[in-house]
Design a protein around this ligand. Structure first.
Ligand SMILES: [Zn+2]
Length: 236
């Protein structure tokens, strides 16, 4: 099992860890701040610093071969780090923060457009949600409502409930294609105060004002009952 340090503090950028398993180009650690791809959010990138001064670039982070394990995918596919090695890790914080801002923003979008979500993805500077909707919502109106919510700067908080409690409140699950992770007996809820509550294992900003201004790039028709809403951050 890899201890998921980003669950306790999504704002931490550096950590120490011990290699527990490795194959060429991959490293498994006892603890990590690197978020593994999942729930529509991409895996983190960054650096692992070895005691001998070498720096290994982490190109991606994935769920490992064993349940609860996180695999750091190295840019150097031949690098092989022995188990037991102590090292320091640092995530690419600028990129991660943009991913956090977009992820929280997609939760807000699911509160602005009241319809079942059938899919979604967080990208670096952009994102999308698919809605089960027969008609396209008004693009300008959605953008205005979303930015008005963001300006309200509501706080984001987390709490855990059991699988049974979640089963008793199926209305919490808005995303039909991305079911919350089960089996661990409990599920994490992400709450945007007064606006949204849903199960999610991703990383989020503390206050939604941090998201900043967002644009609706496009609303596409993707089938009779599907509308894809694409968001992006304005480029400076
Ligand atoms: Zn989420």
């Amino acid at each position: 099992m890899t201890e998921l340090l980003f669950r306790d503090d999504a704002y931490a950028t550096g950590f120490d860890a011990v290699v527990t398993g490795a194959a060429p180009g991959r490293v498994v650690l006892d603890r990590t701040l690197f978020y593994p791809e999942g729930g529509g959010q991409p895996g983190d990138t960054g650096m692992l610093m070895l005691p001998d001064g070498r720096e290994l670039k982490v190109a991606d982070t994935r769920k490992g071969g064993q349940p609860g394990e996180v695999a750091h995918v190295l840019a150097d596919a031949a690098a092989d780090i022995p188990a037991g090695t102590r090292l320091a890790g640092r995530i690419d914080w600028e990129r991660r923060h943009r991913l956090m801002r977009m992820h929280t923003c997609l939760h807000l979008l699911s509160a602005v457009i009241v319809a079942p979500v059938t899919g979604g993805a967080v990208g670096d500077g952009y994102g999308r949600l698919d809605f089960d909707l027969p008609e396209s919502p008004d693009q300008a109106e959605v953008q205005e409502k979303l930015n008005a919510l963001i300006r309200g700067d509501a706080p984001v908080s987390f709490r855990w409930i059991t699988d049974a409690e979640l089963d008793a409140q199926p209305e919490l699950v808005k995303t039909l294609s991305v079911q919350p992770p089960r089996g661990a007996g409990k599920v994490r809820l992400v709450q945007v105060e007064g606006i949204d509550l849903q199960p999610c294992g991703g990383t989020h900003v503390r206050n939604i004002g941090e998201i900043g201004e967002v644009l609706i790039a496009k609303i596409e028709k993707k089938g009779k009952q599907n509308r894809r809403v694409r968001l992006e951050f304005p480029t400076a």
